[in-house]
Write a new protein. Structure first.
Lengths: 115, 117
């Protein structure tokens, strides 16, 4: 059982380039999330999707777009990368959106560097 | 509004000695609380969770945490540290938003645990 799979694992971009981070889960989860992790700041929510066909902004959405392609896949796009977007990006999924005690399942992350 | 404070950004212990990672939270409602562990270049893995069933929660790898409502704390402990425990640990508070039914998750800033031989 693969769980949450993110690609690529590493990426280096130049300022202004675009790219899409891919995420897929095989647990039939409804909700999916994109976080960024920066030193000393924990994880901050970029966007989330409570169910197929819906997306909502999180704490730090500026400079990003998302697509919930189907129930399995939730992609994050950087249209014009900036050095401030250098970070580690994590995708996560959740089976029960309103069940308070369900844990998130995380992918292994994408380490992005923007030069 | 909810918040999470991890009181130490770094903790260093010797192998075989106790571990204490501190977490304080604030929450408007009855929250659920989680501890996650992140090993280098890995995603976050659930260690344990509190969901109001019992105040002392046992997790994987010998970790446990005690929910103390009066102190708004959820500190993570382990009696004897192992080298493999060296990682970053995150305390997370979760609330269900009554108006939307959606969950609000807030992560602490993390505590890096170093285990000395």
């Amino acid at each position: 059982n693969a769980g949450v799979t993110q690609t690529p694992k590493f990426q280096v971009l130049k300022t202004g380039q675009s790219m899409t981070l891919q995420c897929a889960q095989d647990m039939n989860h409804n909700s999916m999330y994109w976080y960024r992790q920066d030193p000393g700041m924990g994880l901050r929510l970029i966007y989330y999707s409570a169910s197929e066909g819906t997306t909502d902004k999180g704490e730090v959405p500026n400079g990003y777009n998302v697509s919930r392609l189907n129930k399995r896949e939730f992609s994050l796009r950087l249209e014009s990368a900036a050095p401030s977007q250098t970070s580690v990006y994590f995708c996560a999924s959740l089976g029960q959106k309103s069940l308070n005690n369900s844990p998130l399942h995380f992918g292994n992350g994408t380490r992005l560097t923007v030069t | 509004a909810q918040s999470v404070t991890q009181l130490d950004s770094h903790v260093s212990v010797s192998e075989g000695t106790p571990v204490l990672l501190r977490c304080n939270y604030s929450s408007s409602y009855s929250p659920s609380l989680f501890w996650y562990v992140q090993h280098p270049n890995k995603g976050l893995q659930l260690l344990l969770k509190y969901t109001s069933a019992a105040t002392l929660v046992k997790g994987i790898n010998g970790f446990e945490a005690e929910f103390k409502k009066s102190e708004t704390s959820f500190h993570l402990t382990k009696p004897s540290a192992h080298m493999s425990d060296a990682a970053e640990y995150f305390c997370v508070v979760s609330e269900s938003l009554l108006d939307t039914g959606r969950r609000a998750l807030t992560f602490g800033s993390g505590t890096r645990l170093q285990v000395q031989p």
